[in-house]
Ligand binder design. Structure first.
Ligand code: ASP
Length: 329
């Protein structure tokens, strides 16, 4: 029997509403982890469970301090021979960001699975208990080893690199559009069909144990008539990097290019991502990156590119090296 640790952080899976019909109006992050575990009943043939409450928040309030706490705690636990895997309960709004951060920060091939819920625990048919059950099944499965940090909701298994929340309120919301699920969960078993190809977990060069603060990286959203004013404001407010969610293939106006050139002379690193939900932002595609010293974000969403840039900036400020990091992860 496997030993699985549940690390709880809050979210709708721990949420409470006034009525069983309420799935939009409710208070997230109320129930303690012990109450979540009592909802799924005994798992005595599958896993021996222990738990810790790391935070109790709406995931909109997730912080880099909690990320570092979570990553460091997970790294300590995963080194213990008596821990076989970890399940993290999390609000769905920023679940994909925490999952990708941990995918780059955790130094173990043991399974780490993030779960959440779209309906509060008091709903007539909540999704949290089944998602938590499936998360534990997955974390206890040897098939989940060496696949990076995984996200399991609504009977699906996703890679933390590619997954995103695609619908504000439906249960069928976590997907990797176009790139696809890694697999499914059914009748208490995981079924894998694909594996992540980018480096993750113990293969990464990032050493979280030595980091107390991550560099400030801000995201700016591209649009018609973007005059660059917010880029200057971000740098004035301390940004060491900017991820630009550009139009199309990470494209941008002449005005924003000019603003970025000025900010680069102050040491700010610029990464081109896109406001389009799918596809590669290709180097020297819509914009001549070699000329402008920009970094192309590949298929990472702006919020994932921000995380990778924060970690990359702990290693280097050289844009060629940062570009290589973006191809690797
Ligand atoms: N606002 C909630 C959160 O992210 C939403 C959820 O968990 O579904 O904490």
């Amino acid at each position: 029997m496997k030993n699985i640790m549940i690390l709880a952080t809050g979210g709708t899976i721990a949420g409470v509403a006034h009525s069983g019909a309420d799935t939009i109006h409710y208070q997230p992050a109320v129930l303690p982890v012990e109450a979540l575990l009592s909802e799924i009943g005994p798992l005595k043939d599958i896993a021996s469970l222990s738990s810790e409450q790391i935070a109790q928040i709406d995931s909109a309030d997730m912080t880099q301090d909690i990320w570092l706490l979570l990553a460091n705690r997970a790294n300590v636990l995963l080194q213990q021979p008596d821990i076989d895997g970890i399940v993290i309960t999390h609000g769905t709004d920023t679940l994909e960001e925490t999952a990708y951060f941990l995918n780059l920060a955790i130094k173990s091939g043991k399974p780490v699975v993030l779960v959440g819920a779209m309906r509060p625990s008091t709903a007539i048919s909540p999704d949290g208990p089944m998602n938590l059950y499936n998360g534990i099944i997955l974390a206890a499965s040897p098939a989940a080893r060496d696949k990076g940090v995984l996200v399991a909701l609504n009977d699906t298994i996703n890679s933390s690199r590619d997954v995103t929340k695609t619908n504000t309120s439906l249960q069928d919301t976590f997907k990797a559009p176009e790139l696809g699920y890694l697999g499914y969960l059914a009748d208490g078993s995981p079924y894998f069909y694909r594996i992540p190809t980018r480096r993750h977990t113990y293969m990464t060069e990032f050493n979280i144990g030595t980091i107390t603060e991550l560099p400030q990286v801000d995201i700016l959203y591209g649009h018609v008539n973007d005059n660059g004013a917010l880029a200057y404001a971000a740098a004035a407010n301390g940004a060491k990097g900017i991820v630009y969610a550009g139009v199309g293939n990470g494209n941008m106006s002449q005005a924003i290019k000019q603003a970025f050139r000025e900010l680069q002379s102050q040491g700010v690193v610029i990464v081109r991502s896109t406001r389009v939900n799918n596809g590669i932002v290709s180097r020297n595609g819509a914009v001549d990156d070699d000329h402008y010293h920009f970094v192309a974000a590949d298929t990472l969403s702006p919020q994932k590119a921000r995380i990778l840039l924060m970690l990359a900036l702990t290693k280097t400020r050289d844009t060629s090296e940062i570009q290589e990091i973006f191809w690797r992860y």
